[in-house]
Structure formats: structure tokens, C-alpha cells
Write a new protein. Structure first.
Length: 153
């Protein structure tokens, strides 16, 4: 069994496929086995199989600019595409399991925290502070605008 630092995290894995797709049919049992084995190693996995031509599937295709199927989307940040789902069974299985396990410790490179503080009971002004943490030195664009609709007590 593998021990993970955060045993409450669930990794989301979405398998996009098309009915009648030969490659999708061949890979699906490998993906299912990878999920089963990863769960057996103590990792919580939310696994979904979604047809690419469904409304939800189309939204994934658009969001990630996917061109070919099958695709695995892991925790909304890693994609295993058709090229990496081709080859021998053992290599594909190991690749999927390793990618899921590495996603377990994944932290987004940019996190945003905001605080809103009301100065006094009689004053309607609120000070809003935005903290950006850019651990991965990822390029980011920031746009801030006013218009707070709720004032903290």
C-alpha cells in the first residue's frame, strides 16, 4: 500500500470515448484496471466514463481543445491522449497509474486568496486584499475591478 500525505483528496479521472471506436474499446479495460489498482493502493479516485459526443463530453473537448480520442483527463490539469494510450498493455497501465499517483500531490501553480474587511460599523467602505501565490512561476494575467455586493459583518 502507498501512503499519501493527504488521505482526504480524491483524484478525478475522466475517460472520454466514442461508442464504436475500436481504440476506445481496446483501451477501456486497461483504464478500468488502472483505476482499480490505484484505488487498491489507497488512492481515492472519482472515475467517470463520458461519451465524447454527449453534452458533457463536448464541453471537455472544447475546454481542452481535444482533437482525437480516447483521452484521459486527470484532475482537470493532465491529459493522457491517444498517442500515450497506444502500445503494450503493461506500459499503458503503468503510465496511467503513475500519472494518477503524481496528480495526488499536484498543487496548482497559481492560487488566489481574497479577504474583505469592513473598517467600522458606521462606514460602508470595505478593504479587499487579493493575494496571488505563483509557486510555479507560471505567466498570469490579472484584472481586478470593484463592485463588492456583500459586506462582511
Amino acid at each position: 500500500m502507498i501512503a499519501y500525505a493527504d488521505d482526504t483528496k480524491t483524484v478525478t479521472v475522466v475517460y472520454l470515448y466514442e461508442e464504436g471506436c475500436h481504440r476506445c474499446t481496446e483501451v477501456m479495460p486497461v483504464v478500468r484496471q488502472a483505476i482499480e489498482e490505484t484505488r487498491g493502493e489507497g488512492l481515492s479516485v472519482d472515475y467517470q466514463e463520458i461519451r465524447v459526443n454527449s453534452q458533457k463530453g463536448t464541453s471537455y473537448v472544447d475546454r481542452y481543445s481535444l482533437i482525437d480520442i480516447p483521452d484521459l483527463i486527470i484532475d482537470n490539469h493532465t491529459i493522457i491522449g491517444p498517442a500515450n494510450l497506444d502500445g503494450d498493455y503493461v506500459t499503458i497501465l503503468r503510465n496511467i497509474k503513475d500519472t494518477i499517483a503524481s496528480s495526488y500531490g499536484y498543487a496548482p501553480p497559481v492560487t488566489v486568496h481574497t479577504t474583505a474587511v469592513k473598517k467600522s460599523g458606521n462606514d460602508n467602505n470595505v478593504t479587499v486584499t487579493v493575494y496571488l501565490l505563483n509557486q510555479g512561476n507560471a505567466p498570469i494575467n490579472v484584472s481586478l475591478s470593484g463592485g463588492l455586493t456583500e459586506v462582511p459583518d
